[in-house]
Design a protein around this ligand. Structure first.
Ligand code: ADP
Ligand code: MG
Length: 427
């Protein structure tokens, strides 16, 4: 295929993590050494796409790539990604780095937006990340625009979707040496607030909830709902999970969910850390619990213009979803699997229907979107109903043993990429 190198994307060199690229993942026609260098990321143009056997999942990488975010945080005041204005969802794919000896039939194109399998052809998204990117790179490319729009008064949602072990928590939380999307977003929020405190009075509140067995648990005040212990006990009916109500302002409201005011990055992160801890202490099998539950951090930003007194409230929702591995596997493992699937299944169904509504040429009645079928879709309904900005990070494992799961994750991602929120009119 005709591949030529184009402009440099000015990804800050300091944030590049120069892990070795696993050979075999890139298209063989592209020398790995030409893909990136230390001074920035090289992007290649693909004039023709000989392997585009699945155009349905493709959008032009030219028009969708969030170039404005590539130069880092300083891009805040410049034009935002066109995606966000046009109501489409930003969809990125992040493969977990493979060990050298692991076989894979997937390749990532040097345009950094196409993942390819010989069997299924191309899947093209806003970004497909290589091994060498770190969380800061993922944040800059796929999340910064969402956070900026939230600071502008829109509601923003970021969710990590993928099978257990594919890197959702790694991407959302990260580690001290490679902070994830949550701490990076929090840092950007407070940087912005501090820079603009002469124009507006800001207040920030944080909530942290978990959806487990279709019940909502307040991770900041576990005693307010059920304790995690009570949740894991099959004999406890756990009738006191938090309820969702319709709210004229926000669309939905979790009744009784605690909100903690925070004044700095450190304060906000320590509140979230407390939420992580209450999640951990509740379950000896933490990993199996976390793979079956959805963890959602809600950051509410309220601003009052000092001159006009105009008030703006917006929420940034950061979701680390339950593992997307198959229904059958989960149900066989534990009965709770069925509940998780209820939420994830409802999310997939909603995404599929929104996709159909958006791509339908006739604009005919595509049908009812079943937001009320699960806690997760009820919570996400305002995000999926327009006037809000969404980025979905799909994490995948490219080893052969995960092939079918990767295909289903990419199909979910492709449907999400089809959606135009403004265009889909639904209840
Ligand atoms: P999930 O939350 O999707 O179940 P994790 O984020 O816990 O998966 O990832 C599983 C393991 O793989 C962790 O040890 C994590 O540190 C590692 N891992 C995942 N993604 C990456 C990545 N992009 N780079 C380095 N390590 C990763
Ligand atoms: Mg996890």
């Amino acid at each position: 295929s005709a591949i030529s190198t184009g402009g440099s994307l000015r990804r800050p060199a300091s944030t590049m993590s120069l892990r070795s690229t696993s050979s075999g993942i890139r298209r063989p026609s592209t020398p790995v050494s030409s893909l990136r260098n230390t001074s920035g990321s090289m992007i290649s143009s693909r004039a023709s796409s000989p392997n585009s056997s699945r155009p349905s999942s493709s959008l032009s990488s030219r028009s969708t790539r969030p170039v404005s975010s590539m130069s880092g945080l300083s891009s805040r005041s410049s034009t935002f990604n066109e995606n966000i204005y046009s109501g489409t969802i930003m969809v990125s794919v992040r493969p977990r780095p493979l060990r050298e000896q692991v076989k894979t039939s997937w390749m990532i194109d040097s345009d950094e937006s196409t993942i390819y399998s010989p069997e299924l052809g191309d899947f093209t998204f806003d970004s497909v990340f290589g091994n060498e990117v770190n969380n800061q790179d993922v944040y800059n490319t796929s999340v910064a625009d969402i956070v900026n729009k939230t600071l502008d008064g829109f509601n923003g949602t970021v969710f990590a979707y993928g099978i257990t072990g594919s890197g959702k928590t790694h991407s959302m939380q990260g580690s001290p040496s490679d902070p994830g999307i949550i701490p990076l977003a929090v840092t950007e929020i407070f940087n912005f607030i501090n820079e603009n405190s002469h124009i507006k009075n800001y207040s920030v509140k944080v909530s942290y909830l978990e959806i487990y067995n279709e019940k909502i648990l307040d991770l900041l005040q576990p005693e307010n709902s059920s304790t995690p212990q009570a949740f894991s006990s099959a004999s406890n009916p756990s009738t006191n999970d938090l309820k969702i109500r319709d709210d004229p302002m926000t669309g939905v409201k979790v009744v009784g969910l605690s909100e903690e005011p925070v004044n700095s990055v450190d304060e906000l992160l320590s509140v979230i850390e407390r939420g992580h801890m209450s999640r951990k202490t509740g379950e000896t099998e933490f990993n199996s619990r976390s793979s079956r539950s959805h963890a959602i951090v809600l950051i509410r930003i309220c601003s009052i213009d000092i001159l006009t007194k105009a008030e703006t409230v917006s929420t940034l929702s950061l979701c680390d979803l339950a593992g997307s591995e198959r229904a059958a596997t989960q149900t066989a493992r534990r009965k709770e699997g069925a509940y998780i699937n209820k939420s994830l299944l409802a999310l997939s169904t909603a995404i599929a229907k929104l996709s159909a509504a958006s791509t339908s040429k006739t604009n005919s009645n595509v049908g009812h979107i079943p937001f009320r079928d699960s806690k997760l879709t009820r919570l996400l309904q305002p995000s999926l109903s327009g006037n809000s900005v969404i980025s979905i990070l799909c994490t995948v494992h490219l080893g052969e043993q995960s092939y079918s799961e990767t295909v289903s994750t990419l199909r979910f991602a492709a449907k999400a990429k089809n959606i135009t929120l403004n265009a889909s009119k639904h209840e």
